[in-house]
Design a protein around this ligand. Sequence first.
Ligand SMILES: Nc1ncnc2c1ncn2[C@@H]1O[C@H](COP(=O)(O)OP(=O)(O)OP(=O)(O)O)[C@@H](O)[C@H]1O
Ligand SMILES: [Mg+2]
Length: 605
Amino acid sequence: MAAFEERDGPLFFGRDREARVVLDHVYASRLTVLSGPSGVGKTSLLEAGVAYRVHQTPGRTAVVFRDWQGDVVGNLKRAIGAEVARVAGVPTADPDDSALATYASRFAPVLDVPLVLLLDQFEEYFVFHPATQRVDLLTMDSRTFPVALMHLLAQPECPIHVLIAIREDALAMLQRLAGSMAAVLRSYIQLQHLKPAAAIDAVEGPLEAFNRSRPGDEPIRLEPGLAEDVVKRLQSESIDADLAVPEATSQAVGGVDDIQVDVSVQAPYLQLVMQRLWAEEVGRGSNTLRRASLRRMGSVPQIVGDHIDRSLARLNRSDREIAARIFQYLVTPDGSMQALGVGTLAFYTELPDDRIASVVERLCRSDMRVLRPLAASGIDGGERDARYEVFYRALVPGILDWRWRHVGEQQLTRGRWMVVGVALLAMVASELTPGFPGALLTLARSTGLLLVHAVLLQQVYAWFYRFVVALPGGHTLSAHRISFVGGVLGAVLGLLWLSVTQWPAGCRSIGDLTSAGYAWNYLMLMPTMLVGSVAFLAMRAAGRFALRVAHVRFSTGFLTAYIAIVGASAALTAYALLGRWPANANIEILQPSVISDCAELAVPE
Ligand SMILES: Nc1ncnc2c1ncn2[C@@H]1O[C@H](COP(=O)(O)OP(=O)(O)OP(=O)(O)O)[C@@H](O)[C@H]1O
Ligand SMILES: [Mg+2]
């Protein structure tokens, strides 16, 4: 989900026209503003489109700058000095105490063409410097960044042209610097989401470039029509209200089966779908990305959901709980995002500030990119702490869905333990009650064992999932595959556990069991416990189905208990069916009396 970097230039497609437009503007005017919604591709365009192109021409200079913390002017001087030194072959000038404009004008003699200064994530400047006031060139300290920038732009022979890239929701903040939007918007570019033709280019182009970069190796191919399928799918399953297709338009161009020329595609979704397809195919050793695999991958919302699941699975249990609590406020149920500070989140959730801060910080890191800091806005010009919001709007549906399931699964887990407790109590009660009917006793014992087995499986599965996702590259594995392997592993461990705990006291080897005539009975534990595993998987699937598809709300443990009991009954039915084994086998293998019989019979001292 990361933005493209300059070194990814050869793999960056779909933004040719935009890169040219930006370059034309930047060379023609001292200040250009580029804005667009979250995740539209501003950073990628500046890095892999604009800076990459500038550096293709010898002697041209460009700096992408986004180091907004601390001494911004000092950071800027260092970045500019290093770039000029690298390209023009002059020694790096020391970033002394001089004003930015004075420092930069030194380079006029060595720069034939102006240096392109691309100020990316400009909204973050306001996060780290929340007290920024409207610039007053006469009274403000000329070492502060806003004043230094204004001086730089005002100096006639300064060889630097500036582009400010800013998220459109923070655009109004620029007013604080310029005093009037008209001043900054004289050269203004609004970046739009990818048009369908550009999106197809963004799917096909990188692969061709990748294949060209490794001539000796077998090329990775796209099945014909795959790129179109991806685009159609992103158009028809677009989750963002901004891009929703008006019904009349979709019918006019032939419904969702055709590519709709006027419906754009969001780059983050495109990345997620292609990344997933690549992991499914190339990860499996195939060299063709196929349409059938795309169809099997599920809907776009599911793919987004998997991505969120895997990112959040890397948090520990208590941090996940905090994440679920803060998402409740960062994303509203109708899907709009709210930007909130740590203090506000702590107030709402009644959790300590430092716990919230550490989880928020983790969710902002580059291996997650679930949240990001946003410009702080001071009410009445007062300072407030930095606010955080969801990284790309495209992730909102996945986060809502994750939170929904997280809460439901917490309840399911509580419910499962409750059912196990009841089953164990029933077991003990039936053991202690004289004259309790034999068949019911067996039922109570078997149910108890199966449920304990099921809960253990669930725990093993959860550990396994977290372990795999935390491995390097683990988060790119398919969730279905991890689930399957986790389920099998849990089943095997469960079987081992039962084999050991049910081993008849006194029997020392399989030979002892065989000579006592109980080997067959003992072996029957295996299918019985497999049935237990299947019952567990069925319970889990039923719970997930209820949460994901039917959107059932678990306000009480009722449904949980229901699912558990249905699962256990299904298992017992299968157990009874499997009970058609040879007449000499004893169905009451799980009863301690049988086991002690075995011990008496089998152990010749
Ligand atoms: N031309 C493209 N082709 C394929 N993927 C793209 C393209 N442009 C952007 N992306 C992907 O879209 C996502 C968002 O891109 P990027 O970070 O550049 O957006 P942004 O506008 O800078 O977002 P923000 O407002 O959060 O800073 C990234 O995953 C990036 O890889
Ligand atoms: Mg960006």
